[in-house]
Design a protein. Structure first.
Ligand SMILES: [Zn+2]
Length: 298
């Protein structure tokens, strides 16, 4: 029973904290039309209003460049990826239809004139490459949070750099600044892990244990404790710093090994049974890149 409860909690917190995402049918009647974009050897649909056909035509090269880049970095064939859908719309009240589970659609807001304003640029050049790296990861199976977010932020930003260098520089400055600020340790290993709420433990303690906990900061009373489904929270502390630190793991590894070694590592991680553990991923990093990343993850 305890295992069943933990599994439920894990599923609840498996999603990502970013932007807006919805599950939609592939052919939803939301007033937008599908438009197939063809790269070299791969294609993907985007959704847009009839009067935004030219906009999509003019901007499809950026999408193709980004999708191709993150595929190359991670080492997958872009034609084999189940890319998340994107929708361009001038309608600020646009709501994705939610009839069917399983298909993610990202919204890129356009200005009233049908151009990319600042919010649209943010979504198109920063959110989309990050989230499409997650789309690639769907074929990997269940990954620890630091690995999935670190890879998405690292690979996504490398794609951003090709098409929007100013946005890339701005985001990188913010990530670097976060890394320099004095903050609590990132504990990447436990990011997104499920932990019981402190009060769920506290209510099960004896008065003596409560008193000792108040006096001794390092003291943690021995269990066993029992928990219900409402007693768990996902460990989401220090989120921005954790994005920065996770990305840094990948960037450091790449600079100290090679893009080829990184791809060999990703391929080996992909072949691990799911859910993949930090311990196994760290060991494979050593095997494939020669680097010991255990201290960066702790
Ligand atoms: Zn993410």
């Amino acid at each position: 029973m305890r295992h069943a409860l933990i599994a439920t909690a894990l599923l609840m917190f498996a999603g990502h904290p970013h932007a807006s995402i919805a599950s939609v049918p592939a052919h939803a009647d939301d007033g937008l039309l599908p438009s197939e974009i063809h790269g070299d050897g791969f294609s993907f649909p985007v959704y847009r209003a009839s009067n935004d056909a030219q906009f999509v035509q003019e901007n499809s090269a950026s999408l193709i460049t980004m999708y191709r880049e993150i595929s190359a970095i991670i080492g997958v064939n872009p034609g084999a990826v189940s890319w998340s859908e994107i929708a361009f719309t001038r309608d600020e009240n646009y709501v994705q239809p939610r009839d069917k589970e399983g298909v993610a659609r990202w919204v890129i807001p356009l200005t009233m004139d049908g151009t990319l304003g600042a919010p649209g640029q943010q979504e198109m050049f920063l959110t989309i490459p990050h989230e499409q790296a997650h789309a690639i990861q769907k074929a990997f199976g269940e990954l620890p949070r630091w690995f999935s977010e670190g890879m998405a932020e690292w690979a996504g930003l490398k794609a951003t750099k090709l098409v929007a260098p100013l946005l890339y520089a701005d985001r990188k400055n913010k990530l670097n600044a976060a890394m320099k600020s004095p903050a609590a340790p990132t504990h990447l290993k436990s990011w997104g892990g499920v932990k019981p709420k402190p009060e769920a433990i506290f209510r099960q303690l004896t008065p003596e244990q409560k008193e000792r906990m108040a006096k001794e900061p390092g003291y943690f009373p021995p269990g066993p404790f029992t928990f219900g489904p409402d007693d768990f929270v996902s460990d989401e502390s220090n989120t921005f710093l954790r994005y920065a630190a996770s990305r840094q793991v990948f960037e450091t590894m790449e600079s100290e090994s090679s893009p080829e070694a990184m791809r060999e590592w990703f391929s080996a991680v992909r072949n691990l049974p799911s859910p993949k553990t930090t311990q196994d991923i760290v060991k494979l990093a050593k095997d494939k890149t020669g680097l010991d990343i255990s201290k960066m993850i702790d």
